[in-house]
Design a protein around this ligand. Structure first.
Ligand SMILES: O=c1ccn([C@H]2C[C@H](O)[C@@H](CO)O2)c(=O)[nH]1
Ligand SMILES: [Zn+2]
Length: 140
C-alpha cells in the first residue's frame, strides 16, 4: 500500500477520466472517484452539483452508486482526485463520504488521495474515520 502509480495506475487513470466529467458549475471544484470492486472491475463517479446547493452529490457517492448498480458489494481500494496540479492540498473524502465508504470497505482499505498529476497520499479508512459505526453494530 502506498507505492505510487504501478498498482494504482488504472484506478488513478479512471479517477482522472471521471474528474473530467464532473458537473461543478457552482464550486468549480471538479472531483473524480474510482473504486476497485471485489470483482476486479473499476467503478467511477464524479461530483454532480445542483442549483439547490445542498442537493449536490460527491464523486465518492456517485462511484458507490455505479458500484452497486454493477453488482459489486465491497470496496478493495478507492482513488479520489480533485484540485489543481501543483496544489498540495489534499482532496480527502468529506465526513459524509467517509461514512458512505465505511459501509462497503474494511478498516485497512486504501484511500488514494490524488491531484491531477497523480497520487499525493494514501490513507487507510480507519485513519480517516476512527471508531466508526458500521453494519456490524447492527448485528444482534
Ligand atoms: O472528496 C470530495 C470533496 C469535495 N467534493 C465535491 C463536493 C462539491 O461538489 C465540490 C466542492 O466541495 O467538491 C467531492 O465530490 N469529494
Ligand atoms: Zn463527500
Amino acid at each position: 500500500m502506498g507505492e505510487p502509480t504501478e498498482s494504482h495506475g488504472a484506478l488513478i487513470a479512471a479517477a482522472r477520466d471521471a474528474m473530467a466529467q464532473a458537473y461543478a458549475p457552482y464550486s468549480h471544484f471538479s472531483v473524480g472517484a474510482a473504486i476497485l470492486g471485489a470483482s476486479g472491475r473499476i467503478h467511477a463517479g464524479a461530483n454532480v452539483e445542483n442549483a439547490a446547493y445542498p442537493q449536490g452529490q460527491c464523486a465518492e457517492a456517485s462511484a458507490i452508486g455505479a458500484m452497486i448498480l454493477a453488482g459489486d458489494r465491497s470496496i478493495q481500494a478507492i482513488a479520489v482526485m480533485g484540485g489543481q496540479t501543483g496544489d498540495g492540498r489534499l482532496c480527502t473524502p468529506c465526513g459524509g463520504c467517509r461514512q458512505r465508504l465505511r459501509e462497503f470497505a474494511r478498516p485497512d482499505t486504501p484511500i488514494h488521495v490524488c491531484g491531477p498529476e497523480g497520487l499525493r497520499q494514501t490513507f487507510r479508512l480507519d485513519e480517516l474515520l476512527p471508531h466508526s459505526f458500521g453494519p456490524d453494530n447492527l448485528d444482534f
